[in-house]
Write a protein of this length. Structure first.
Length: 213
């Protein structure tokens, strides 16, 4: 057997032995900062069994560069899904890392009950991007106030990108009661061709839905 192959197998054996022997909370915290991505990944996975892990997982997530470790950290935060985990993930929507933001959005979509209480705060943010992220998350919320939130956005928000994102979702979930609001947003952005296109699409789909009822 080649020497390199033997060395690789030895490393695997050592890592597996460490996992068997060092699974305490304190040891896992230490391994989460290991130079080895494999060790960080295993630590992140095993920390999901400790409800007090949210803060250290979030702190690691902010500086982690290995995609496979990021995915496991998010999986563990999803498993824990306490208030600290939800708030920390929402804060990461402000990250400059586009990949991390997208992964966080997908994770938050899987926490509808936990995320719903934070939607109104995100929609009232002064940052259009946060509003857009909130609307993207709303797609999976199945919350009774989703339609109310969307209606409020297109009636009151003056950012064209926020409104077109809302109209995209309205075209999928909207009902007849949205039609007057959609006409208002068309008037508000009458010089924006894309708004007109998305608004007309929403109107058409709502009317098609009425015909099928």
């Amino acid at each position: 057997m080649p020497i390199k192959k033997k060395e690789e197998e030895k490393i695997v054996d050592i890592n597996m032995e460490r996992r068997r022997l060092e699974r305490t909370f304190e040891n896992l915290k230490e391994q989460l900062s290991s130079a080895s991505a494999t060790e960080r990944r295993w630590a992140a996975r095993d920390l999901a069994q400790y409800s007090e892990s949210s803060q250290i997982l979030l702190e690691r997530l902010e500086k982690e560069k290995d995609i496979s470790v990021i995915e496991v950290i998010l999986s563990s935060l999803l498993a824990i899904r306490d208030e600290l985990a939800v708030k920390g993930l929402i804060e990461l929507l402000k990250s400059d890392d586009a990949h991390l933001r997208n992964e966080v959005i997908e994770t938050l979509k899987q926490m509808p009950e936990e995320v719903a209480p934070h939607i109104e705060r995100l929609l009232s943010s002064s940052e259009p991007d946060l509003k857009i992220f909130a609307i993207n998350i709303m797609e999976s919320l199945r919350h009774p106030k989703v339609l109310q939130w969307l209606k409020h956005v297109i009636e009151n928000d003056d950012n064209v990108n926020v409104c077109t994102t809302a109209l995209d979702l309205i075209s999928e979930v909207g009902t007849e009661e949205f039609l007057p609001s959609i006409e208002k947003v068309k008037e508000k952005f009458k010089d924006e061709p894309y708004v007109q296109f998305v608004a007309d699409l929403a109107i058409r789909r709502i009317n098609e839905g009425k015909m099928c009822m």
